[in-house]
Design a protein around this ligand. Structure first.
Ligand code: PXL
Length: 276
């Protein structure tokens, strides 16, 4: 059985980060190990939350694992609780990542702004991790932050998206996926660039009126599960777009609960059909 390690926070309520990565990657029939980067009562888009940083635990966990020569087919990182934590995870990649597919979701911003609690320089720190990744999965806001560009959603024509994919790849990452792009008013999807094949992929599905929280983490979990089970980038992007869209379809009748994440649970049964 393949084995993934995912490093991100556990938000006790709000269906994001570990509470979606674990069930989704497990549904790919992949063993899923975790390092929680922080414990939150609920994610930071709620107007109040308790936050307990777990940065100091990371080197201690790593030391135990080094002893046993633990290794992983993939390491997938998401929300990081602090800049120091990014440095520790970057060291973790050096120690454990040489044989692994490294997937970095620079989960730090959306709709033009950084998530609550992150300092202005956070994106500069995140670049260090992006440079070490095999696959990165930013949304449009995170793409602009990583490239030090202004965020102007109306400027994202197909050509600009291709230029952005290539710009991100030249930071040092061979495969790039940008999420949350649209082809027209009724479609929402993602674009991928595989620099080794010099190919771009665009996949879209239905666009819903309401935005729901946590969909980026669902998307990245499906990309990781798909790739570790042998899907190429094109297939992984299609799986993630279709699965995320299906989850939203199961949730649209419940717009008042948008901060509680999407109803991904009834969609899990589709995962076996996504394997190559
Ligand atoms: O879904 C991204 C995410 C993950 N973890 C925490 C968050 C967010 C986005 O707001 O606050 C704690």
């Amino acid at each position: 059985m393949k084995r993934v390690l995912t490093i991100q926070d556990i938000s006790c309520i709000g269906r994001c980060s570990l509470t979606v990565a674990l069930p989704i990657i497990s549904a790919f029939e992949v063993e899923t190990a975790v390092i929680p980067t922080a414990v939150l009562s609920q994610h930071t888009a709620f107007d109040h939350f308790y936050f307990r940083d777990l940065t100091e635990e990371i080197p201690q966990i790593a030391a135990e694992w080094k002893n046993d020569n633990e290794c992983f087919d993939a390491i997938y990182t998401g929300y990081m609780g602090s800049e120091h934590q990014i440095d520790l995870v970057s060291e973790f990649f050096d120690d454990f990542g040489s044989e692994s597919l490294t997937v970095v979701d620079p989960a730090m911003a959306d709709n033009g702004s950084l998530y609550t609690g992150f300092p202005d320089g956070f994106a500069q720190s995140m670049k260090k991790l992006v440079k070490k990744a095999d696959v990165i999965i930013p949304n449009l806001t995170e793409s602009c932050l990583l490239l030090d560009e202004e965020y102007d959603p109306s400027s994202f024509t197909r050509d600009r998206i291709i230029q952005t994919l290539k710009g991100l790849s030249s930071l040092g990452c061979p495969k790039v996926i940008i999420t949350g792009i649209s082809a027209g008013t009724n479609e929402l999807g993602a674009a991928g660039f595989d620099s080794e094949k010099n190919e771009c992929y665009f996949h879209y599905n239905e666009r819903f009126l309401q935005n729901f929280h946590g969909t980026g983490d669902i998307f990245s979990s499906v990309v990781t599960g798909s790739m570790v089970r042998g899907a190429d980038l094109d297939r992984a992007v299609k799986n993630a777009v279709d699965f995320t869209s299906l989850c939203i379809r199961y949730t649209v009748h419940d717009p008042d609960r948008r901060w509680y994440g999407v109803n991904f649970e009834p969609a899990l049964k589709e995962i076996p059909n996504m394997l190559p």
